[in-house]
Design a protein around this ligand. Structure first.
Ligand code: KG4
Ligand code: ZN
Length: 356
């Protein structure tokens, strides 16, 4: 059995988990999160400087809590993992330095984890999960990507957003509607009472220079502008803003676009499983629509468990366990952090000469 202590500090959640792997089954032994959302909400988004300071204050307390709740001690831990890319550099540094210090002190391996591989690994925390090959729809506050996984740790990006990520669109539209940050849960809540067909918002497409469209790519900035124009028009006419209907119509079109392009991509690639992960994967309309439309095409859907869709350290621990058990991957203590790094090159995080 291996036990991993994992840290996640790439954005506005400070998180610590203890996870174990017994005969290929990943178990969660402790999962602590200190959300900074309320503090950032008053600024309408994440303030990097505040985020890194809070991570620094939160981590020691969360690590202590994780050990207390799991009744484990540091001597039981086989390796320490932390998110090292992508994310806010200052925030990543707090988690990475903490993890490397613990690993150094206790002479155990350190694994730097790619945040998107972490999201992808949230699927291992579900009761059942598909084996590669499969298609991943990764939808978060910073990313909207369609990734083909041929074999473990081999990623091939087939689609992406050319502007806003889906979660970012939720956050921006929520702000236009005067709702709180993060926008996804706020929009979902009021959309339940709205008419999703009342407003026809555009399904942004990305043109190819030679004509036609990229079939698996996304664009959400035009949609956000269309919502803004609609609100402006209603305000100019002194009409009471039908906030619920706007939220429902917006949420519906985002879900339709994500589902339609994922299915198209899976069918074209001959893949019969789609894995849905990331913060926006917590959206109930998206989950329901994905399952309904996929079943008509004989495609199986694996949903990340609701509690592991948004940022958490359990998914980072799961990623580390899979890395450790597949080829005994370990990172150099010299590995730093990077605001950006392609998922396709995540193997290099385990290189003797690290890339950053
Ligand atoms: O994965 P995540 O926690 O952080 C990133 O790695 O970006 O995703 C956060 C994003 C936010 O934009 C938030 O508005 C969105 O996920 N989100 C949702 C829901 N819950 C969180 N979007 C739609 N519906 C939800 N229920
Ligand atoms: Zn994330």
């Amino acid at each position: 059995m291996s036990i991993i202590l994992s840290l996640e500090t790439s954005c506005d959640e400070s998180a610590v988990a203890l996870v174990s792997n017994e005969n290929g089954k990943i178990e969660l032994l402790a999962n602590e999160i200190a959300s900074q959302i309320e503090e950032h909400a008053r600024w309408g988004g994440v303030v990097p400087e505040i985020a890194s300071r809070r991570h620094l204050e939160n981590l020691p307390f969360l690590i202590e809590q994780a050990f207390l709740k799991s009744k484990l001690q540091i001597k039981d831990v086989d390796a320490v993992a932390a998110t090292v890319t992508p994310g806010l550099a200052g925030s990543l540094l707090v988690g990475s330095i903490t993890a490397r210090t613990i690993a150094n002190l206790h002479q155990i391996p350190f694994l730097g984890i790619h945040h998107l591989e972490g999201h992808l690994s949230s699927i291992y925390l579900a009761k059942t999960h598909p084996k590669p090959p499969f298609l991943v729809l990764l939808v978060s506050g910073g990313h909207t990507e369609l990734i083909k996984v041929d074999i473990e740790h081999q990623y091939h990006r087939l689609g992406r957003s050319h502007d806003d990520a889906a979660g970012e669109a939720f956050d921006k539209v929520a702000r236009l509607l005067g709702l709180s940050y993060p926008g996804g849960p706020a929009i979902q809540k009021i959309a339940k009472c709205g008419d999703p067909k009342r407003f026809l918002f555009p399904k942004g497409r990305v043109s190819k220079p030679e004509g036609g469209f990229y079939p698996y790519d996304f664009s959400f900035s035009g949609l956000k502008t269309a919502v803004f124009r609609q609100i402006d028009k209603l305000n100019s006419a002194n009409t009471k803003l039908p906030t619920e209907d706007i939220a429902a119509s917006f949420e519906n079109v985002v879900a339709e676009v994500l589902v339609e392009r994922s299915l198209r991509c899976a069918l074209d690639q001959g893949l019969n499983s789609i894995v849905l992960v990331g913060g926006v994967a917590a959206n109930e309309r998206l989950r329901k629509m994905m399952i309904e439309k996929a079943s008509k095409n004989s495609i199986r859907i694996a949903l990340a468990p609701m509690e592991f869709c948004t940022d958490n350290a359990a998914m980072i621990g799961a990623a580390a366990l899979v890395r450790l058990s597949s080829k005994n991957y370990q990172s150099s203590m010299e590995l730093g952090v990077s605001a950006r790094w392609p998922l396709e090159k995540s193997d290099l995080l385990y290189d003797f000469n690290p890339p950053f």
